[in-house]
Design a protein around this ligand. Structure first.
Ligand code: FMN
Length: 159
C-alpha cells in the first residue's frame, strides 16, 4: 500500500493521518478529494454512531488494505471488536481514541452529542470516567504512541 485515505469531521482523525503519513512516508489524502489508486490503501475514518464514516464509499472505490477507526470511546480490545463487527470489517482493523471538540460541532451532530452526553453523565457507569470527562469538557486523547501497533503491523508487510 502506498497511500492513506481519511475522513475527519473535527480534526482528530486528520491529526492521526498526518502522523502516520510522516512515519510511513506515504501521502494522506482526504476521502472527498478525487483520487484513483489501484494499490490497496489504508482507510481512516471517524466514528459516528458506531459507524466508520466514509468506509462504505471508500470500499466502492479502493482496495482496502487495513482500516483505522477513530472515536471518543476508550481504546479497549472489546470496543475495537465491537466497532469492527458493527462495520463488518474483514481486513485488519485498528481503533484509536481521538477526542471530542464540542465547539466544532453543528446541527444534528451537536444535538446527538448533547443528548448522548447527558445520558452518559446521568448513568455515571464505572469505567466511563474518561468519556464522561470528554462529554463535560471536550478534549483530546490523540497520542502518537497509540500508533505503535499499527506501525509495526504495516512495517511487517512486504511493501
Ligand atoms: C454525532 C456524533 C456521533 C458520535 N458517535 C460516536 C460513536 O458511536 N463512538 C465513538 O467512539 N465516538 C463517537 N463520536 C465521537 C467522534 O468519533 C470523535 O469525536 C472523533 O475523535 C472525531 O474525529 P474527527 O475529529 O476526525 O472528526 C461521535 C461524535 C459525534 C459528533
Amino acid at each position: 500500500m502506498n497511500s492513506i485515505i481519511y475522513e475527519s469531521n473535527t480534526g482528530f482523525t486528520k491529526q492521526y493521518a498526518m502522523m502516520l503519513q510522516e512515519k510511513l512516508h506515504i501521502p494522506a489524502y482526504e476521502r472527498k478529494a478525487k483520487h484513483a489508486f489501484k494499490e490497496p490503501i489504508i482507510y481512516m475514518g471517524w466514528t459516528f454512531a458506531g459507524k466508520i464514516v466514509g468506509l462504505r464509499a471508500a470500499r466502492k472505490k479502493y482496495k482496502i488494505f487495513c482500516v483505522i477507526g477513530v472515536g471518543m470511546g476508550d481504546p479497549t480490545e472489546d470496543y475495537r471488536v465491537e466497532i469492527q463487527k458493527a462495520n463488518q470489517i474483514e481486513e485488519p482493523f485498528f481503533y484509536l481514541q481521538g477526542g471530542l471538540a464540542p465547539q466544532k460541532l453543528k446541527g444534528i451532530k451537536k444535538w446527538i452529542i448533547n443528548m448522548v452526553g447527558k445520558m452518559t453523565i446521568k448513568e455515571n457507569k464505572p469505567g466511563n470516567e474518561r468519556v464522561i470527562q470528554l462529554f463535560q469538557e471536550g478534549g483530546s486523547y490523540v497520542d502518537e504512541k497509540a500508533l505503535l501497533p499499527i506501525l509495526s503491523f504495516i512495517n511487517e508487510q512486504d511493501r
